[in-house]
Design a protein around this ligand. Sequence first.
Ligand code: A4P
Ligand code: MG
Length: 189
Amino acid sequence: MSASRVAALASADGRAVAEADAARVFVGLGSNLDDPARQLRCACRALARLPDTALVAVSPLYRNPAIGPAGQPDFLNAVAQLQTRLPPLSLLDALQAIELSQGRRREQHWGARTLDLDILLYGQEALTLPRLCVPHPHMAQRRFVLQPLHDIAPALQPPGLAPLPVLLAHCPEHGLERIDEEIDIHDDA
Ligand code: A4P
Ligand code: MG
C-alpha cells in the first residue's frame, strides 16, 4: 500500500495508529450501577487513552432491561469502535483493568455491574481461547449490541455471521430505548 493510502489516526499519546497495521475493533459497553451514563463516559475516555489505540467512534446510548438475574436496574449500552495495535489478549487485559478501575466486582454471572467491556469483534479474527472468544458468542442475539453496532458501522460484515440488517431482523425487540445523552469522543475532561 502506498504511503499516501495509509490513513492515520492519532492515539492519545500522540502516536499515529495507521489503519494499515492496526485492527478495527468493536467494544460493547454496558452499565447498570452507579450512574451508568457517567460510567460509559469515563470508560470511553479510558479507551481513548489506551496505548497504540485510537477511539474512532461511539454509538448512541440505549437503555434496556437487564438480561440475567431478575431485580436488576436497567442497563445503558453502547458500542465503541477502536483502531488498535494491541494484540487481542493485551486489549482484553487493558479492558479488564478499566473495568476494575471503575469499581467492577465479579459477584454474580450476568449480575449488576458498574462497567462491562466486551470485545465484540477484533478485525476479521475468529478466536476461541480460554479467556477470549471473538466474535462475542452472544452478540447475534442481543439487540443492545446489534443496534448500536449498526448505528456506527451499518455495512459491517461480522466474520462467520450474517450481515447486521439480517441479524437485527431476527433479533427480539427487547425494549431498547435510545436516550438523549451523547458521548463526545474528543471530550478529555
Ligand atoms: N471473555 C471471553 N470472551 C470475551 C470477550 N469477547 N470479551 C471472558 C470480553 N471478555 C471475554 O466475563 C467473564 C470472562 O469472559 C472474562 O474473564 C473474559 O476472560 P466477565 O465480564 O467477568 O463476566 P460476565 O460479563 O458476567 O460474563 P459474560 O459471560 O462475559 O457475560 P456478558 O456476555 O458480558 O453479558 N443485559 C443487558 N441489557 N445489557 C448488558 O450489557 N450484559 C450481560 C453480561 C448480561 N446481561 C446484560 C448485559
Ligand atoms: Mg462481559
